[in-house]
Write a protein that binds this ligand. Structure first.
Ligand SMILES: NC(=O)C1=CN([C@@H]2O[C@H](COP(=O)(O)OP(=O)(O)OC[C@H]3O[C@@H](n4cnc5c(N)ncnc54)[C@H](OP(=O)(O)O)[C@@H]3O)[C@@H](O)[C@H]2O)C=CC1
Ligand SMILES: CC[C@H]1OC(C)=C(O)C1=O
Length: 322
């Protein structure tokens, strides 16, 4: 029987970055030419990957920090994707063949993240985790958004942030921090946004909307007289953050180890968050910051991981073209 058009467009095998065991990327991650293209479930689509992006959780997962709740080895890493729908499951309601989409493919990043991730030519993902890519963004920009912006948004929601409140962002120049600054300022209408970074990144913080950029190489934020309604910790400084929060305020943290009264959470991927923020993304009122060393082409994923491992990435590390 003749292959259906979509089946004809999808080969049985693909190139993908794979690690058959746990360890550091340079030690265990290899580019394999003949990986089975993942099958789709009824509520999933198959995405031809145009671009991906790295997140620190990719390294932590590969090192085995979450192995007790991981999918089976061998694993194709990668959470963030942007690409084109090339297969549609029977229960898919909104997306169709040819749609340009983006998203974080793991609803719960630490609880059975997909065995076949986004550092591949194709990836399978539930429709509910995806959104249609804003036409004003290229694939590398779109792939750089999902996990980081979903985390930034969820943290602000959990903090019950609002326009009358002030916020201090610890780690303002990172993937998550760059979105926290922008969402706080431009979406929530914060009364005051402060953020920390090293000297060279202070102007970036201000360009993103920070009213007060704090150079952590010269000042301890907790020693400053100003206190904040919300402190959003993306670095792992929740103990110090508790000294910078107003009476009745809240510290939210995304780094393991944070203890109450700081509120530690793990992001839940949700395509509807991307859809809700689409007007801000389409008009570039909120925009991804792409690290100047990226995008890295698919063949240089190991170099991309090396840069991520420095903990000095500015904004997001994109992988493009794939
Ligand atoms: N719980 C959850 O759901 C999630 C947790 N995470 C975790 O949150 C953390 C941040 O993630 P992400 O933003 O992607 O990380 P990034 O790799 O993007 O962060 C890099 C940035 O961190 C900044 N930085 C490093 N140390 C400090 C410091 N002491 N003070 C201020 N800034 C600092 C650097 O700026 P500079 O060079 O100026 O120091 C750099 O720009 C990671 O540990 C990640 O695993 C991320 C997403 C979700
Ligand atoms: C407990 C935080 C853990 O979860 C994600 C997504 C990370 O990046 C982490 O470090």
């Amino acid at each position: 029987m003749a292959a259906s058009p979509e089946a004809a467009a999808v080969p049985p095998k693909m190139k993908a970055w794979v690690h058959p065991e746990y360890g550091d990327p340079a030690a265990v991650l290899r580019l394999e030419p003949g990986v089975e293209v993942p099958r789709i479930e009824e509520d999933q689509v198959l995405v031809k990957v145009a671009a991906a992006a790295l997140n620190p959780v990719d390294i932590k997962r590969m090192q085995g920090l979450f192995k007790s709740t991981d999918s089976p080895l061998p694993i194709v890493p990668g959470y963030d994707v942007a690409g084109v729908v090339v297969r549609v499951g029977s229960n898919v309601k909104k997306l169709k063949m040819g749609d340009e989409v983006y998203g974080n493919i793991n609803e719960k990043p630490l609880n059975h993240p997909k065995q076949f991730g986004t550092l591949a030519e194709f990836t399978a993902v539930e429709e509910k985790l995806l959104a249609v890519k804003p036409s004003s963004l290229n694939f590398a920009e779109a792939a750089s958004i999902p996990l980081a912006i979903e985390t930034a948004y969820e943290g602000l929601e959990r903090a019950k942030f609002s326009g009358s409140k002030s916020i201090l962002v610890l780690g303002g120049a990172g993937g998550v921090g760059t979105f926290v600054i922008q969402l706080a300022k431009d979406v929530y209408g914060a009364s005051r946004v402060a953020a920390t970074s090293s000297t060279a990144k202070l102007e970036l913080l201000k360009s993103l909307g920070a009213d007060f950029a704090i150079d952590y190489t010269k000042q301890n934020f907790e020693d400053l007289p100003e206190k904040f309604d919300v402190v959003f910790d993306t670095v792992g400084q929740s103990d110090r953050a508790l000294k910078a929060v107003q009476e009745g305020g809240i510290v939210v943290s995304i780094v393991g180890g944070a203890k109450p009264p700081a509120l530690l959470f793990v992001v839940t991927s949700d395509g509807s968050v991307l859809e809700k923020l689409s007007p801000f993304l389409e008009t570039k009122k909120v925009k991804p910051v792409i690290d100047p060393k990226s995008p890295f082409p698919f063949s240089r994923v190991l170099d991309a991981f090396s840069h991520l491992a420095t903990c000095r990435a500015t904004g997001k590390i994109a992988i493009y073209p794939v």
